[in-house]
Design a protein around this ligand. Structure first.
Ligand code: SF4
Length: 218
């Protein structure tokens, strides 16, 4: 089966099983900073770090002007605090120099251009940049997190040794623009609930017939 046919079948099956998630309008800058805080930690810890950041400084302007150590202290829940604090302050200074604490000026840029601009900020990687563009503006960019990467490899949609950078490019081509948000959300749901890293529930997996990993487990 060609990858284009397989992705169409997988998209349909996920939609039947998990529904068609709809994007809620979210502030792109909040998503971008939330993405930095979520690197290498759990959702709970990154949510706590975000909350502490807001409680401690009250506004993005406050975070931008704060002492780096104080920002680090506020976000320590999520780990890698020094690196994340530096990235967050770089982002805020970057947007501050462009007229305010908002990413609205990127809304009408071509997606590749907007991604390139965000990735020029030290510490902002492909996933974090694209999260802001997809969730904030609904741009047609596919986002690959750890669950999406695992599920896509197990289904044989991308090569087993594929890097996350390359996975973004391959899945961008494969997933239709109108489906980029729902497929991202449904792959995460599938990866958390069924296709877990260890002991995936292959016996109740709705996309098992297309999986290249499940037969190896017999
Ligand atoms: S069959 Fe198993 S390994 Fe394959 S996608 Fe489903 S849960 Fe994951």
């Amino acid at each position: 089966m060609k990858p284009e046919q397989k992705i169409a079948a997988v998209v349909r099956t996920f939609r039947d099983c998990y529904g068609q998630p709809r994007r809620q309008g979210r502030d792109a800058l909040e998503v971008l900073i939330g993405g930095v805080l979520s690197q290498n930690t759990t959702d709970l810890n990154s949510a706590r770090a975000y909350e502490r950041l807001m409680q401690s400084f009250g506004s993005w302007e406050g975070v931008a002007g704060a002492d780096g150590r104080a920002v680090e202290e506020a976000i320590q829940h999520g780990g890698l605090a020094a690196r994340k604090a530096a990235t967050i302050q770089s982002i805020l200074r970057w947007v501050g120099e462009r007229g305010g604490y908002s990413l609205e000026f990127l809304r009408h840029r071509p997606p590749e251009q907007a991604e390139k601009e965000l990735r020029a900020i030290k510490g902002v990687g492909v996933k974090t940049a694209r999260l802001a563009l997809l969730f904030g503006f609904g741009m047609p960019v596919f986002v690959v997190d750890t669950h999406v990467l695992r599920v896509a490899k197990r289904l044989g949609l991308i090569p087993q040794g594929c890097t996350r950078e390359k996975a973004h490019r391959l899945l961008d081509d494969l997933v239709p623009d109108s489906q980029k948000y729902p497929v991202h959300m449904n792959m995460i749901r599938h990866g958390r609930q069924v296709c877990r890293p260890r002991n995936p529930s292959c016996d109740r997996c709705p996309v098992r017939r297309w999986c290249v990993f499940a037969p190896e487990r017999k």
